[in-house]
Design a protein around this ligand. Structure first.
Ligand code: GLN
Length: 247
């Protein structure tokens, strides 16, 4: 049986609005296809983590305080994380996790938290703590050559700039900045987004896209995941589109 290995980074510190659910959803959808899943954790102070042995590295969202607390630990891992990313391990990152993989995050206290510098983007939060992008958001992305609407909830003070390859086009909500036209960051083995929800509960196709990528990387063959009954998810999506998109 195939086995997919997920590394959940700082699960207790980076977990806003049910972000850990993304790991559960990936696990559930794998199991429904007969793929065994092993979830491991990287916590503050862990020295032995070998990032290259995983298929997916996952970081959830976190408040400024937690981001500050874990920044040194993360920075010390820079070379190992970079090696995994360059070898094609899939990186899924939400909000605070997304910010920390860029050049830096300047938080609402004007404190600069250095990022891992894996990507060119950088993020600056307003020092007015009330100025935040909050609310439901719909983004149009492209998955395996097809357009797909991704729904979520955003709540961030950080305004992200210098994004070369955004995850999607904003159809409703803010995105990378106040009233931005783009949201998140993407590469073939990267999805970085501001969307909580958890993200994958409302967007099952994105979960399957990630699983397919990992299976194809493992086996070298095209992987088409078996259909799962997503009636509940699709009914929920339809209701949200009706509510959030005007046309
Ligand atoms: N602390 C960051 C910000 O406010 C990230 C918040 C989050 O992960 N929701 O921009």
């Amino acid at each position: 049986m195939d086995k997919l290995k997920i590394l959940h980074m700082y699960p207790a510190m980076l977990d806003l609005y049910g972000d850990s659910g993304n790991v559960e959803i990936l696990s559930y959808r794998c199991k429904m296809r007969g793929i065994e899943v092993e979830v491991s954790k990287h916590d503050l102070g862990d020295k032995e983590t070998d990032f290259t042995q995983y298929d997916i590295v996952y970081l959830g969202g976190g408040a400024d305080f937690e981001q500050q607390l874990l920044a040194d630990d993360l920075l010390a891992l820079k070379d190992k994380v970079k090696e995994a990313y360059e070898s094609g391990v899939y990186f899924l990152m939400i909000c605070g996790g997304y910010q920390l993989m860029g050049q830096y995050y300047k938080d609402s206290n004007d404190k600069k938290i250095p990022g891992l510098g894996l990507f060119d983007y950088y993020t600056v939060a307003s020092t007015n703590k009330r100025e935040r992008c909050i609310g439901n958001i719909v983004v149009e992305t492209e998955l395996d050559g097809e357009k797909y609407k991704v729904i979520g909830f955003e709540n961030h003070g950080g305004q992200t700039d210098n994004v070369t390859t955004p995850f999607g086009k904003v159809l409703a909500g803010n995105g990378n900045k106040f009233e931005s036209s783009t949201e998140g960051y993407t590469e073939k083995n990267v999805t970085a987004t501001y969307l909580h929800g958890p993200l994958l509960s409302k967007n099952p196709k994105l979960a399957d896209h990630i699983i397919s990528y990992c299976m194809e990387r493992k086996t070298g063959e095209k992987y088409v995941p078996k259909e799962i009954n997503d009636k509940l998810e699709n009914d929920c999506r339809k209701q949200l589109f009706d509510r959030l998109l005007k046309n």
